[in-house]
Design a binder for this molecule. Structure first.
Ligand SMILES: [Zn+2]
Ligand SMILES: [Zn+2]
Length: 139
């Protein structure tokens, strides 16, 4: 293994430990995948992409790890695809756009407008936008 990769894993280990998560090899690899693949993957996508490198990986582990990250506030669950849950490691305030042609989910409006209610106290929210992406529009 290259030295850079080792350092990277060490950093992820620290992040997981700080959140009170035991840094198992599989959890480190799943976190690393989310950082390096900013495509808002589903659990199935993470599983398919990683099982080639980690033959002992199971779908159950991927599901429980992603849900653990989300519960600890380290990842966001996106319901932009209806029942298919996608995961986003970027927990900063932003909105999502889904291309109905290619299915790609993009980050948009990094500084999303605050939606408030005069009667209720808004704590969080998700807004999903749908359309044709730049790439598909040019085809
Ligand atoms: Zn598209
Ligand atoms: Zn995002």
């Amino acid at each position: 293994m290259k030295r850079e990769n080792l350092v990277y894993s060490e950093e992820i280990k620290e992040i997981l430990l700080k959140k009170g998560i035991a840094p198992s090899f599989q959890r480190i690899k799943i976190y690393e995948y989310l950082i390096s693949h900013r495509v808002h993957p589903s659990a199935e996508r993470v599983y398919i992409d990683l099982v080639g490198f980690i033959p002992t990986l199971s779908r159950t582990t991927v599901h429980s790890t992603l849900n653990l990250f989300a519960d600890k506030g380290m990842a966001r669950r996106l319901f932009i695809d209806g029942n298919l849950v996608r995961f986003d490691i970027d927990s900063s305030d932003h909105m999502h756009f889904k291309c109905t042609k290619c299915g790609e989910v993009y980050d948009i409006l990094k500084s999303s407008p605050k939606v408030t209610s005069p009667e209720h106290k808004v704590l969080s929210g998700e807004m999903y936008l749908y359309g044709i992406c730049k790439k598909c529009k040019e085809e």
